[in-house]
Design a protein around this ligand. Structure first.
Ligand code: C5P
Length: 236
């Protein structure tokens, strides 16, 4: 059985440990662990420390955010390669197409009942309408998220990574079943950094996010554990 959506507020928080420093990642994991449901390890950490690094952090359930995007055979092989790490969630780019996502899903199923959730990244939360236009996407982010979100769910994804601003539209189109994971989260008063489509944690959860992903507002804070706990309190 795939991982179920958490119901406690702390379970909704995913903390992104974007660092190449293993000790720092371990220290962050220890301090934010009590306030979050999953720890997210992405390309920065994985390219520096690989499978051994993931195993070192696995004191909490791990979301492996590798955003795979390649031909179907290569993505299927990459999925099989990371299944022994038993992540709870794994990402592919929906823009890789239906055949790629179907291949990822088939590869995922070789893990049996404990398989990770297959999440498809729709449109990066750092992209706005102008940057999408520059790469040839004429419609705005919402239209593109909807198009890719539909394709991803039809192709076997369990859920989507989207900005909180698109959740209402996705829920209206796809119903309550797909897991929706929202990065681009900024607590009140925090700067956007490189994120373009943001909401506060409470707004994102109110909009229907199953999980919110927060990185720098927690990891760059002088007290990461306190920052994570404060975000969880804001969800109550
Ligand atoms: O530091 P910040 O809160 O902006 O981190 C957001 C995290 O979510 C990063 O690890 C980034 O890779 C990830 N992410 C994102 N937008 C997506 C998918 C994932 O920001 N569409």
């Amino acid at each position: 059985m795939a991982a179920a959506a958490p119901d406690a507020h702390a379970g909704r928080l995913i903390v992104a440990l974007d660092t190449t420093d293993l000790r720092r990642a371990e220290a962050l994991a220890a301090s934010v662990g009590p306030s979050c449901g999953l720890l997210k390890l992405g390309l920065e950490f994985f390219l520096a420390h690989g499978a051994a690094g993931v195993r070192a952090i696995r004191r909490r359930p791990v979301f492996l955010d590798l955003k795979l995007h390649d031909i179907p055979n290569t993505v299927a092989g990459a999925v099989r390669a990371v299944l022994p790490l038993a992540p709870r969630m794994l990402t592919v780019h929906a823009a890789g197409g239906g055949a790629m996502m179907e291949a990822a899903r088939r590869a995922m199923e070789t893990a049996g009942d404990g398989r990770p959730l297959l999440l498809a990244v729709t449109v990066l939360t750092s992209l706005d309408a102008a940057s999408l236009h520059a790469v040839g996407v004429a419609g705005g982010p919402t239209q593109q998220v909807l198009r890719l979100g539909r394709l991803a769910i039809e192709s076997g994804a369990d859920g989507l990574v989207c900005s909180p601003r698109e959740i209402a539209v996705l829920r209206a189109a796809l119903g309550s079943r797909p897991a929706l994971v929202a990065p681009g989260i900024r607590p009140q008063g925090a700067g956007p950094d490189d994120q373009a489509r943001t909401m506060t944690p409470a707004e994102a959860v109110a909009a229907g996010a199953d999980w919110i992903v927060v990185g720098r507002p927690i990891t760059a804070h002088a007290d990461p554990g306190g920052a994570a706990a404060s975000i969880v309190r804001s969800l109550a």
